[in-house]
Design a protein around this ligand. Structure first.
Ligand code: 13P
Length: 258
């Protein structure tokens, strides 16, 4: 059975006290979670320890960093390494977000290096992919996402791919209020799962959680998460409001089919 995940990506928002209050408020909502239905808070680096301390005694809540550097260590002023995240017990890291790929020139090759380092340090990547609007307008979104996945992930071994987490985030839907339709999300998620099945086999493909990201709100989470190949979401704006993110968490499928 694959995991259904409500993942928050706070990006570069909210202050430390606001972050403390947000986590407290969400924990107090008392969500139904289990080992296949979980919440991940993707928080800014300075909040990682605080966030971890808050969830320490909570089952099925986890913390993610939002980025890490692709080199192991060295003279990279201002950067954070996989080893550093590992040393403080960070479990997940968001890798390849379009807000890193485009402004920071993160290529598929750089992202592949990050994936390898994260896995080496036992940090689970949340690998982001997704096409810009002009590619969608040309109808070339499948080829675009296929290249991102092949070039950054398909060197992994079958055991590394088992239970992997991918987030499909069409760039035109991020922060725009324009969500992909349920059918557009399902179509792409099914395409991604088929790609994985062709490379690694159906069992591994079925074990991969494919999250949707892009203008998820309390009002649309339930219908998009109900699609067969949508295993939850990576949520930006709506994850900053406890009541809204609470609804998103409760919109996860209760009993995943596989
Ligand atoms: P929004 O939910 O604000 O559109 O952001 C999505 C996203 O980029 C999550 O990583």
């Amino acid at each position: 059975m694959r995991k259904e995940i409500a993942a928050a990506n706070w990006k570069m928002n909210i202050t430390y006290p606001q972050a403390e209050a947000l986590i407290d408020d969400i924990l107090q909502q008392g969500h139904y979670l289990n080992s296949h239905r979980l919440v991940i808070f993707g928080v800014p680096f300075p909040y990682l320890k605080m966030a971890q301390d808050k969830i320490r005694f909570e089952d099925n809540y986890h913390i993610a960093a939002q980025n890490m550097h692709h080199e192991r260590n060295g003279a990279f002023t201002g950067e954070i390494s996989a080893e550093m995240l590992h040393a403080i017990g960070v479990e997940y890291v968001i890798i390849g977000h379009s807000e890193r790929r485009i402004p920071f020139n993160e290529t598929n090759e750089i992202i592949a290096k990050k994936i390898d380092l994260a896995l080496e340090y036992e940090i689970k990547p949340i690998f982001c992919c997704g096409e810009p609007l002009e590619v969608r307008d040309e109808g070339k979104q499948n080829e675009f996402v296929q290249k991102q996945i092949e070039e950054s992930l398909f060197h992994l071994s079958p055991s590394q791919f088992h239970g992997f987490v991918i987030a499909y985030e069409p760039i035109w839907a991020i922060g725009t209020g324009k969500t992909a339709t349920d059918e557009q999300a399902q179509e792409m998620h099914a395409f991604i799962r088929t790609l994985i099945a062709e490379k690694y086999g159906q069992d591994i493909a079925n074990s991969v959680s494919i999250l949707y990201g892009g203008s998820i709100k309390s009002s649309n989470a339930k219908s998009i998460f109900s699609m067969h190949d949508v295993d939850g979401g990576l949520v930006g704006g709506a994850s900053l409001i406890a009541a809204d993110f609470g609804v998103v968490i409760d919109s996860l499928k209760k009993d995943p089919e596989v």
